[in-house]
Design a protein around this ligand. Structure first.
Ligand code: ATR
Length: 276
């Protein structure tokens, strides 16, 4: 029997998840269906209840319901706790398990697709909103050596640091700091990740031009176009510049793995989406 899955959001028509999961299913021979479900702004919980009643096995959750998804869960992972947001729900034995696969997706894109092991690296994470919170703990778990969180509003970066403390306080040798951009000075980083929403508004972050270490990766979690941050990185001579399309596919692959126990090959899916 076909196992049913869905992605719930509002809006949802633009979502690439149905196409990605269709490609994963074809590739791995898994008998699943996956559809986009529009929930009214106040109708997320009712929608999840309906899907469970109709025998769905799980769902992905996107804007604006990622936070609400955590309230429904019987089991939360550290990533969900830190981010207070979940993008993957699994309906199992009468319970709801919540995962946030964004961070794992980012780490896999950097480590597997770009071939850059994060262990021992100096990482700059820019932003302290939902997107940044979703990836902080997986980056820490990847054993980075230095983690700087930079944000326009210092208090939000500091809050994020304090909130995640239980996950990194026992990691000797790892440094972690919260800063505003002007405090970055001439410090250099190996991996610089833009998790702010500035790509959407075409704004540039006030970054010193010294932040890129030789061979650095400049990564924007937005996808679909060259953001001002990506353009800035190229102008500074950075050769490895990426948008977040790989992360999008990898976070979907993590969800697919959680649900099906099978890891799809992401490379052909990323390539197919790039052509679109
Ligand atoms: P998301 O869920 O996409 O992360 P969010 O929670 O609204 O959205 O967070 C947006 C992030 O982009 C924040 O880190 C925000 O900085 P502040 O916390 O100071 O608001 C950052 N951001 C948005 N516009 C910015 C700009 N023009 N310059 C610098 N940072 C900006």
């Amino acid at each position: 029997m076909t196992d049913k899955y869905a992605v719930i959001g509002n809006p949802i028509a633009h979502s690439k998840s149905p196409l990605i999961h269709k490609m994963f299913a074809e590739q791995t021979g898994q008998d699943i269906s996956y559809e986009a479900v529009l929930a009214p702004p106040d109708g997320f919980i009712a929608t999840v209840k309906r899907l469970r009643k109709e025998g769905y096995k799980g769902c992905n959750v996107t804007v604006p319901f990622k936070q609400e998804a955590t309230d429904l869960a019987s089991y939360l992972t550290p990533e969900v706790l830190e981010a207070n947001s979940a993008n993957t729900l699994t309906f199992k034995d009468g319970a709801i398990v919540a995962n946030n696969t964004d961070g794992a997706g980012l780490v896999r894109d950097i480590e597997c697709n770009f071939g850059i092991p994060l262990q021992g690296k100096r990482v700059l994470l820019m932003g302290a909103g939902g997107a940044a919170r979703g990836v902080l703990i997986p980056l820490v778990f990847a054993k980075v050596q230095r983690m700087a969180i930079a944000n326009r509003t210092l208090e939000r970066a500091q809050e994020m640091l304090v909130h995640g403390q239980r996950f990194y306080e026992d990691r000797p040798g790892m440094e972690i700091a919260a800063k505003v951009y002007s405090e970055l000075g001439d410090e250099r980083f190996d991996v610089i990740i833009n998790a702010t929403s500035t790509g959407l508004t075409d704004e540039m972050l006030p970054l010193p031009d010294t932040i890129f270490a030789p061979g650095a990766l400049a990564y924007d979690m937005m996808y679909g176009r060259e953001t001002p941050f990506m353009k800035f990185a190229r102008e500074q001579g950075v050769a490895k510049v990426s948008d977040g399309l790989g992360m999008l596919v990898e976070q979907a692959a993590e969800a697919f793995y959680i649900w099906r126990g099978v890891r799809p090959d992401t490379a052909p899916v990323i390539a197919a989406l790039r052509k679109q």
